[in-house]
Design a protein around this ligand. Structure first.
Ligand code: FAD
Length: 405
């Protein structure tokens, strides 16, 4: 019977394991997971887990007994150190050599660091793991800290909301002029900025971190070009870097992630890729796409598993992302690359933060974001998928049923 090795113990690997068994694979599944835990969900780490509203049970992907029940051999706290795809072997950090018939590379991503003097001082945090989230939660719980967040992206803003929830003073430093203007454009980015300002967050934008000031190895501030922002607690949220080291060292083609085709097959035979580390060809937009999102880890995990079984499966899903900040919940579906030059059409009143934003290009919807409006996301996805021409006036008019467009 065949042996499939899954490298990485995150959502993508867990989904692949589940899919392999669902699809009737009865061979050996070995999951090699660097972290000390069974696979868990990361989105709550900057939301309910960090605010204290959620607990460990809420982040578990499969209960511990599920692995034994499904004959999945999981080795936590174990790192794959080398891959020889010619010999079909993977060498673990402890020296053991495992043979495989097919391998999944699902090594995820790691937080990007700020490359500035003083960046290793105590009190400077990043957020990727459950331990990171617990460390921040303990620090935020004091409630009287000056928290400075470097990075005005999704994680930075979610952390800002959590830190404010405990009563801390919060400053967000960002390079951009408007937070989230990159993925959402100026108008929607401004909506997020105003949301945070209404909760007492201060922004320092168009700013560059020059260095971290410290005393006795402990951070005391962040020096920008024109001032020093004092702080005792910094959270760096400036993006993530795909963990390609194992793949690159073994000669797999890499470029902003491990390259893969639409079946999630890498440049080496029998080596598949899924999740944050995959930069896979997307047949709808006809270009490669690396997506650091929950739904992408699930979608690519499923398709990679089916491809490993020899099925003709293609990953062609519309990207999906969600966020929760204070009392705002939103879902985004669509192709950010296409939305960048598209026209914004707002359905509803953006000042009430209860609306749907659409991005249209040549009369077709390429992305949609529902903000505090629920049960519409399937319809939005259908609009995008269908590529049908829509009348922008009707699109903006809440009295016209979305499904009638
Ligand atoms: P990971 O979850 O990174 O898992 C990869 C695992 O592989 C890690 O445990 C790593 O240690 C391990 N590994 C790496 N190298 C090796 C090796 N050589 N050997 C063995 N193991 C190895 N997405 C959304 O859509 N919405 C959100 O709101 C959202 N919020 C987020 C909040 C936070 C704080 C973070 C960090 C992420 C968030 N995401 C969100 C993104 C989402 O969590 C990721 O896209 C998803 O976790 C990717 O899963 P993955 O399995 O590809 O990678």
């Amino acid at each position: 019977r065949a042996t499939f090795v899954l490298v990485g113990g995150g959502l993508a690997a867990a989904t692949a394991a589940e899919t392999l068994r669902e699809q009737g694979f009865d061979g050996t599944i070995r999951m090699i997971a660097a972290e000390a835990h069974h696979p868990y969900l990361r989105p709550p780490l900057s939301k309910e887990y960090l605010t204290g509203a959620g607990d460990r049970a809420g982040i578990v992907i499969h209960p511990t007994e599920w692995y034994a029940d499904h004959a999945i051999e999981i080795e936590t706290g174990t790192t794959a150190a080398a891959l020889d795809h010619g010999a079909h072997t993977v060498t673990l950090a402890d020296g053991r050599i495992l043979g495989y018939d097919r391998l999944l590379m699902a090594t995820g991503a790691s937080p990007r660091r700020v490359d500035a003097p003083g960046a290793t001082a105590t009190g400077i945090h990043s957020l990727r793991t459950v331990e990171d989230s617990e460390g921040l939660k303990a620090a935020f719980a004091h409630g009287d800290r000056q928290v400075v967040i470097v990075g005005a992206g999704w994680i930075g803003l979610e952390v800002a909301a959590a830190a404010r929830g405990y009563g801390n003073r919060v400053t967000v430093i960002g390079r951009e002029q408007i937070p989230l203007a990159g993925p959402l454009g100026d108008e929607m980015g401004t909506m997020f900025r105003e949301l945070h300002e209404s909760h007492g967050v201060e922004f320092v934008l168009s700013a560059e971190v020059e260095r971290f000031t410290e005393q006795g190895g402990v951070v005391t501030g962040i020096a920008l070009t024109d001032r020093i922002v004092p702080t005792e607690l910094v959270v760096v949220g400036v993006g993530a870097i795909p963990n390609i080291q194992l793949a690159a060292a073994s000669g797999l083609e890499c470029d902003n992630g491990v390259l893969a085709d639409e079946h999630l097959l890498s440049s080496a035979p029998d080596v598949y890729v899924a999740g944050d580390v995959a930069n896979a060809f997307h047949p709808v937009i006809r270009q490669r796409m690396r997506n650091e999102h929950w739904a992408n880890a699930i979608g690519t995990g499923k398709i990679a598993a089916r491809s490993m079984l020899g099925q003709s499966a293609v990953f062609d899903e519309i990207p999906y992302f969600y966020t929760d900040q204070y009392d705002l919940g939103m879902e985004y579906s669509g192709y950010p690359t296409l939305a960048r030059d598209a026209e914004l059409v707002v359905r509803g009143d953006r000042t009430t933060r209860e609306f749907i934003a659409f991005w249209t290009s040549r009369g077709k919807v390429v992305a949609g974001m529902n903000v505090n409006v629920w049960d519409v996301h399937d319809t939005i996805r259908e609009l995008i998928r269908s590529q049908r021409l829509v009348d922008p006036t009707a699109l903006a008019d809440p009295s016209v049923e979305l499904s009638a467009l």
